[in-house]
Design a protein. Structure first.
Length: 395
């Protein structure tokens, strides 16, 4: 493993570099040796959850007072990058504990945090259930309904593409408490895994991230206590958007780790073709390697910039969208260049390259497609221009 250059890490603290090394060793020992097999079977290596807990890198975002790691965003991103270097499917599952925890960190009471976080820090996985068949980028089309009945809510509906839904011990589910009102009627609810009325429907068999568990969740008269509502009725969309803002720099970190792995696989292939430095690859190949490294360095720098803004308490929503978009696109370009360098060897199932190419595409899709990110960026640019000029767009 070539790893990250020392200069790229020059501004990290000693503790961050130590944790980065812990994550790197975890991936080398537990993830890389099994990634090809679990990609082939499409199964989730559940034993890795407890191994990550033993290594102290499972619940990265959960505050220390609730038993989690309580790491800063920048520190979390270092671990996520290493996870993705080993296997993006594994990273999606283990990193999902952060995504599913963000809504509770944003809007949860102390009692809700203890209820939700405890199963995760004990070695469980969490899920964030937002997407539906007709409500992907358009969350306002959500058809899952939550009806208040006495001191309970009763949820009915179906969620799809729910990461770790089969294994989740704690779930945050978005449902409408006011059907027909679009995003204004969305609310967020906390549900423990295995509760009566919650079941797994179909299991997704995916092009990439095959070692992550992705399922349809069926909610059939799912009764939960009324105090499992996060915030107030109608707060769901705001909670979900803040959650995705927080998650996008982690998603971008995944893309950097994946691109770094593609770079290392390319270098390993080139060195095998030209051993001992007795000859050099063509200038075209050298240029590709250089361009790949340039893109990875820029993507990593943007991740760390955005994480630093968030950790310092500055606004970071636009930067989060920029970072997610840039890094996802870099992952796609770098894996494509890797395949061009390797040719037919990269296309073989015997090579890790074909898995990296398949995994890369999801980075442009989940946690907000890159098209949606561009809309977010453009709208914020126009809003900033309006505030500075005092003139609304179109006037």
């Amino acid at each position: 493993m070539r790893g990250v250059s020392s200069m790229a890490d020059a501004l990290l603290t000693a503790e961050q570099r130590e944790l980065q090394q812990v994550a790197r060793e975890f991936v080398a020992k537990h993830v890389i040796p099994i990634s090809a097999e679990f990609d082939r079977t499409g199964e989730f290596p559940e034993f890795l959850v407890l191994e990550a807990k033993k290594a102290g890198i499972l619940c990265l975002a959960i505050p220390k007072e609730y038993g989690g790691c309580g790491y800063s965003s920048l520190t979390q991103s270092l671990v996520i990058e290493e996870y993705a270097y080993g296997d993006l499917g594994v990273c999606t599952s283990l990193g999902g504990n952060g995504l599913s925890s963000y809504p509770v960190m944003i809007a949860g009471t102390d009692a809700q945090k203890r209820f939700y976080f405890t199963p995760l820090v004990e070695g469980g996985l969490g899920s964030f259930a937002l997407t539906e068949a007709d409500a992907g980028s358009d969350a306002g089309s959500c058809k899952t309904v939550a009806q208040r009945v006495g001191d309970e809510y009763v949820l009915n509906g179906t969620k799809c593409f729910t990461t770790s839904g089969k294994y989740a011990k704690s779930l945050c589910i978005i449902a409408s408490t006011s059907p027909g009102t679009g995003t204004k009627g969305l609310s967020a609810f906390l549900v423990e895994g295995g509760r009566k009325g919650l079941s797994v429907g179909s299991i997704e068999h995916k092009l990439g991230i095959r070692s992550s568990n992705t399922v349809e969740l069926v909610l059939n008269d799912l009764h939960i206590p009324a105090d499992h509502l996060l915030g107030k009725e109608g707060d769901g969309m705001n909670i979900a958007m803040k959650t995705l803002d927080m998650a996008r720099s982690m998603n971008a970190s995944q893309a950097v780790g994946l691109a770094r792995r593609a770079m290392d696989e390319s270098i390993k292939y080139v060195r095998a073709r030209y051993p001992g430095g007795k000859s050099r690859p063509s200038q075209a190949v050298q240029f590709k390697l250089a361009d790949m490294e340039i893109q990875i360095a820029a993507a990593r720098a943007m991740v760390r910039h955005t994480c630093s803004l968030k950790d310092a308490g500055f606004p970071y929503s636009k930067e989060s969208a920029i970072t997610k978009t840039l890094c996802a696109d870099v992952a796609m370009r770098v894996t494509a260049d890797m395949m061009a360098i390797m040719g037919r060897y990269g296309y073989s199932e015997e090579s890790a390259a074909q898995r990296l190419v398949r995994d890369a595409k999801i980075q442009q899709i989940y946690e907000g497609t890159n098209q949606i990110q561009r809309i977010v960026i453009a709208r914020q640019l126009l809003s900033e221009a309006e505030r500075s000029s005092g003139v609304k767009a179109g006037e």
